[in-house]
Design a protein around this ligand. Structure first.
Ligand code: 13P
Ligand code: SF4
Length: 372
């Protein structure tokens, strides 16, 4: 850990036996914003190193705008977690530089074990991943035999390896609906808000792990209603990791890419957006004639829970990226045997969503009970 870089304390919940929750502590470091000149120099260095190292950038919508723009400008991609996984798997570059959080780098490595996967900061984690340790999760699965285990992408390789299906927020609804139609009963982990949204929409028989995203969990329905009164024409766009009473106020609920699509296609000039505020960069650059307002949280707090920006996504910096490209440090490692097992549910998700995209019913890829 670098002592000169300020460290943020982060609280997250971890389930205890009996569905109770315990508050745990994690941390994130806050990289300094470079000066305009440093920024220019870092970007030039990264452009040069990407070419020299035959590397490609894959960035999530929540990371710093510079890392999003640079990814696109250099032939890489900025996207949601599902398309990040697909792009990393399909791109011919032998080095992937993933700006996001650790599970995104691990997914890239699992899908392309032969490639080198680097991340600007390997300590960039996620409260959903932290709150779902494999030993407890495995015990939870053992308590519910006969259920198909559906796991959100925001988890460790070990948790993925214990699952039947992986989902992201952009495909969870379709996959659970198809599973339900085949008669599956679901064990869902780790995000309780996304899980209960999926259950309300599909009516599937589901039991839930008790995890939450520290960013989305903080959006507040009461304050959102008050803000809507100030902007009565605004449409409300909500990521389904948000609490149910916030989701209930939405004009559109969906993943980061679904939020972008809704903002582009909806016939409105003003939008209130309940997701990480890193998303504002793409929303504003793609829709310069529209107004985007951040949905309210409880306000800034000492633990950084309520600033609507993921402290771990914020750990990705130009300086970190330049350094890993220069030195080859911060390489993601996944145990090959674990990676092979974890790949099965990821491959299922990618095949299902590719079939849906191609206009085939993805449900035909869902095996009947007992074959999951
Ligand atoms: P998306 O899958 O909608 O990109 O969200 C993933 C996420 O929570 C990133 O932190
Ligand atoms: Fe995890 Fe939430 Fe951060 Fe996404 S925004 S990485 S779900 S803590």
């Amino acid at each position: 850990m670098n002592a000169v870089i300020p460290i943020l304390d982060v609280e997250y919940e971890q389930p205890l036996p009996g569905n109770a929750c315990d508050t745990r502590h994690a941390w994130a470091r806050v990289p300094a914003e470079p000066s305009p000149q440093e920024r220019r120099e870092l970007k030039d260095r990264i452009r040069r190193l990407l070419k020299e190292r035959n590397a490609v950038m894959v960035s999530h919508y929540y990371v710093h705008p510079d890392l999003q723009d640079l990814a696109e400008e250099t032939g890489g991609m900025v996207s949601d977690s599902l398309e990040m996984a697909r792009f990393g798997r399909d791109h011919p570059a032998q080095t992937l530089v993933v700006s996001g959080v650790r599970f995104m780098g691990e997914t890239a490595k699992i899908l392309s074990p032969e490639k080198r996967v680097l991340m600007p900061d390997l300590d960039a984690t996620c409260s959903l991943d932290l709150g779902c340790p494999i030993a407890e999760f495995s015990a939870f699965c053992d308590q519910h035999p006969g259920r198909t285990v559906v796991v959100y992408a925001n988890t460790s390789a070990a948790v993925k390896a214990r699952s039947d299906w992986l989902v992201t927020s952009s495909c969870a609804l379709d996959i659970v609906r198809a599973l339900k139609d085949q008669g599956h009963r679901i064990l869902w982990a780790p995000d309780k808000h996304l899980g209960s949204y999926i259950q309300r929409e599909t009516g599937a028989d589901m039991v839930f792990w008790n995890g939450a995203c520290i960013v989305h969990d903080e959006f507040k329905a009461f304050e959102l209603e008050a803000l809507k009164k100030q902007y009565p024409q605004a449409k409300i766009l909500v990521h389904p990791e948000s609490p149910a009473d916030v989701v209930a106020l939405a004009d559109s609920v969906g993943s980061t890419s679904a939020i972008l699509k809704a903002a582009r296609e909806m016939d409105a000039k003003e939008f209130i957006v309940a997701t990480d505020n890193g998303m504002m960069h793409k929303l504003r650059t793609l829709n310069p004639d529209k107004l985007f307002i951040e949905a309210p949280t409880a306000g800034n707090s000492a633990t950084c829970k309520s600033c609507a920006h993921c402290p771990w996504m914020a750990m990705n910096s130009l300086a970190g990226l330049a350094q890993v490209l220069e030195t080859g440090s911060n390489e993601i490692q996944v145990d090959p045997a674990l990676g092979q097992r974890a790949r099965l549910p990821i491959d299922r998700m990618l095949a299902f969503t590719a079939a849906l995209k191609a206009g085939q019913p993805g449900g035909s890829l869902v095996p009947h009970i007992g074959a999951a």
